[in-house]
Design a protein. Structure first.
Length: 264
């Protein structure tokens, strides 16, 4: 979903004025002027039939002989394809979550191979990768994917630990590797929470809580904990806010509480 949003916002500022106005008009009509709602429900905008129809109508206006316009054509086509794939699944399901986070990249690679590189081998590889992606979603349960993510994170951790054995590393390199190690440790912890507490990646408040915990933990880990060394008041407030969010989300997870109770 992040890729969908980023590509659409980037393209808006490269369109002709009338197309910009059309997009903004549709978005603001759909959202009734609510910017906060836009931020929280951007996927509902992208999935809206009127936006999809507008993108489909716009495809025929591109000059595919122009390399820059061809790139925008591929971006719009990919957004349309990803939207159609997402609509196959319930908005609160783990399948929807998986498609919204990873489907765009598979489809973009496929469309890029078809329309830009036009390389038969690349098209074949991209088609196989995309078909396998959809097949895995349709044939496996959510634990399959979390276990895969967990295995990859553990492999990344092993690689970092191996790299840290290098005696020729500079202090900055060691510092960066240790930061990456902390980050991956919290990701591993998040995957283990999901498996142990049976929390799939979906639209539920419990799933949101896991994501928030991992994000809070990674941010808090990178902060200076010694308040005597924090001279800026805003930095001190931020440190305390992140610290509270970290401990609250950790407590909620350990006690099997809902994200909606986060600050109650």
């Amino acid at each position: 979903m992040i890729n969908l949003i980023k590509n659409e916002l980037t393209k808006i500022f490269h369109k002709k004025a009338i197309y910009i106005l059309a997009i903004i008009t549709v978005l603001f009509t759909l959202l009734s002027g609510a910017i906060i709602k836009f931020a929280l429900n951007i996927d509902s905008v992208i999935l809206d039939d009127s936006v999809t129809k507008m993108l489909e109508d716009g495809l025929k206006n591109y000059d595919l002989e122009d390399p820059e316009q061809l790139e925008y054509y591929v971006d719009d086509l990919t957004t349309i394809d990803a939207t159609k794939l997402m609509k196959k699944y319930d908005r609160d399901s783990w399948q929807y979550y998986r498609v919204s986070n990873y489907g765009y990249d598979y489809l973009h690679s496929l469309n890029e191979a078809k329309y830009i590189s036009k390389d038969k081998e690349k098209i074949k590889e991209a088609e196989e990768a995309y078909n396998n992606f959809v097949k895995e979603i349709d044939e496996h349960d959510w634990q399959y994917f979390v276990n895969n993510d967990l295995a990859q994170a553990k492999e990344q951790k092993d690689n970092i630990l191996e790299s840290l054995k290098n005696n020729e590393l500079s202090d900055n390199e060691k510092l960066e590797l240790n930061k990456n190690l902390n980050d991956v440790n919290y990701r591993i912890e998040g995957y283990e929470y999901r498996l142990n507490l049976k929390i799939p990646n979906d639209g539920s408040s419990k799933s949101m809580l896991v994501d928030q915990y991992v994000a809070n933990a990674i941010q808090y880990q990178g902060m200076n904990k010694d308040e005597s060394q924090i001279k800026d008041y805003d930095d001190l407030l931020m440190k305390r806010e992140v610290e509270e969010a970290y401990y609250v989300s950790k407590y909620k997870l350990e006690n099997k509480m809902e994200e909606t109770d986060m600050f109650s």
